[in-house]
Design a protein around this ligand. Structure first.
Ligand SMILES: [Zn+2]
Length: 447
């Protein structure tokens, strides 16, 4: 007999792959890279009509007035407005959107309780996207007064920022029409193919968002100007990582919305990056040394393990089913990391690639479950055994099956064994035979 017990979402705070802070001394790095692969449409259907549009603002204010759709599923829409602390915007909204298929207006549904002081289902606005920061209730209309100098984002409030990482917005649908009116400055969204020619010096707010096919990067305009020669290749590399991982998963996270990379200085004390949409980043990933910066992802000397790993997190829980990873949330995403690095030909000079299985022989000579449970790289090494035995498509098959699964399908009874039995059963489907022997060899409990 099994029972469902409450499973708590964990903070996916990644800090194990932080590169050194020192400035690299390698000055021989080429300025362009030819081994980053090309973006191809492989037919998974990566973007959907739920994707939020771009508010087409000029490089400087006054902002004026814009009316645009805000899909409920959107992990925050950039209004294109930049307000300094104390500046204001009038925001109004009309139409209906849905929670679990039930229609509601911009004021939300009082029957749904509250989140950060606003009725769930309501339109809210926020200054920036720092983790779990305050929001301002808007509903059908209100004045928004900026608490800090920041980009103004709007969206439905439905859960915590952490809950959004775990797919809470997958229950939401529809879109309302929002009008924003202000004399404030602007935050243009610049398409990847315009980066080479855009006049970043003209951006009065100093902030832009760069938009590629599958990613958004929130960043200082001055930094883009500095990295202009590498940025197009960098964005293409992020897109390639995304499409490689999407091919492996067979579906996309966040209903196919672009994944935003957002600098959040409030997470730096406990994490290098925080998975979700946005992926919250130590600001060093936008403005740090040459081997760190996201816009240099196309350069062979840039550490892209972390970017592939964070996208890997989002793909591991693309449909909201994630309890299968409950024993160690940091091992599974690297199945995607490794796939991306290998297909891109970027396995040289990346952290962990040559070493993640180093503990294998010592472990197997005296296997103890707690060790493979708690060490994300040893657990990754275990998971990779199945590819070695059953072929490179093993996880492609596994995840296509997982796309039809929910957390309720895993009959979690509070024991690790109940999780591993479920994983074993799913692996058996991919392998076409009983895979229990590999679990037993690695001391993974099934009973
Ligand atoms: Zn992680």
């Amino acid at each position: 007999m099994w029972m469902m017990i409450t499973v708590f979402s964990a903070l996916i705070a990644c800090s194990d792959d932080k590169p050194p802070e020192s400035t690299p001394t390698d000055t021989t790095r080429p300025t362009t890279s030819t081994d980053t692969g090309t973006l191809t449409d492989t037919g998974v259907g990566y973007t959907t009509e739920t994707d939020a549009g771009v508010v087409p603002v000029p490089p400087a204010g006054p902002y004026g007035s814009y009316t645009f759709d805000v899909p409920a599923v959107a992990n925050w829409v950039n209004t294109g407005l930049y307000l300094r602390a104390g500046e204001t915007a009038e925001i109004t909204a009309a139409g209906t959107w849905t929670v679990d298929g039930a229609s509601l207006g911009p004021d939300g549904d009082p029957g749904l309780d509250e989140e950060r002081g606003c009725t769930k289902g309501m339109l809210v606005a926020r200054s920036g996207l720092r983790f779990e920061e305050a929001v301002t209730c808007i509903g059908e209309g209100a004045t928004f007064t900026a608490p800090s100098d920041d980009i103004v984002y709007v969206g439905m409030i439905f859960s915590t920022d952490l809950g959004e990482t775990y797919g809470d917005r997958l229950r939401l649908g529809g879109a309302i029409e929002v009008t924003v009116t202000s004399e404030g400055d602007t935050v243009p969204t610049v398409a990847a193919d315009a980066v080479a020619t855009y006049d970043f010096d003209a951006v009065a707010s100093g902030q832009v968002e760069l938009e590629s096919d599958y990613n958004l990067v929130t960043i200082d305009a001055a930094q883009v100007a500095l990295d202009r020669d590498e940025a197009v290749e960098g964005l293409a590399t992020l897109d390639s990582i995304y499409t490689i991982e999407a091919d492996m998963r067979g579906m996309t996270p966040f209903s196919g919305q672009r994944v935003r990379w957002y600098p959040d200085e409030t997470i730096s004390a406990f994490a290098y990056m925080l998975a979700g949409n946005p992926v919250r980043c130590d600001p060093g990933l936008m403005t740090g040394n040459d081997s760190q910066r996201i816009l240099r992802s196309g350069e062979t000397g840039t550490d892209i393990w972390g970017f592939a790993h964070e996208l890997g997190h989002t793909f591991t829980l693309a449909n909201g089913a994630w309890v299968y990873m409950y024993t160690n949330l940091e091992s599974w995403p690297n199945l995607f990391t490794l796939r991306a690095l290998e297909e891109l030909g970027r396995t040289d000079d990346q952290p962990n690639y040559d070493s993640y299985c180093d503990g294998r022989e010592a472990f197997l000579s005296a296997p103890e479950y707690e060790q493979v449970r708690d060490d994300p790289f040893l657990q990754l090494c275990f998971l990779k055994e199945f590819e070695a035995v059953y072929g490179d498509d093993f996880y492609d098959d596994f995840y296509r099956g997982m796309n039809e699964q929910s957390n309720d399908d895993l009959r979690y009874d509070g024991t690790d064994a109940s999780i591993w039995r479920y994983v074993r059963d799913r692996f058996d489907l991919s392998a076409g035979e009983d895979t229990s022997y590999l679990f037993e060899e690695w001391a993974i409990p099934l009973e």
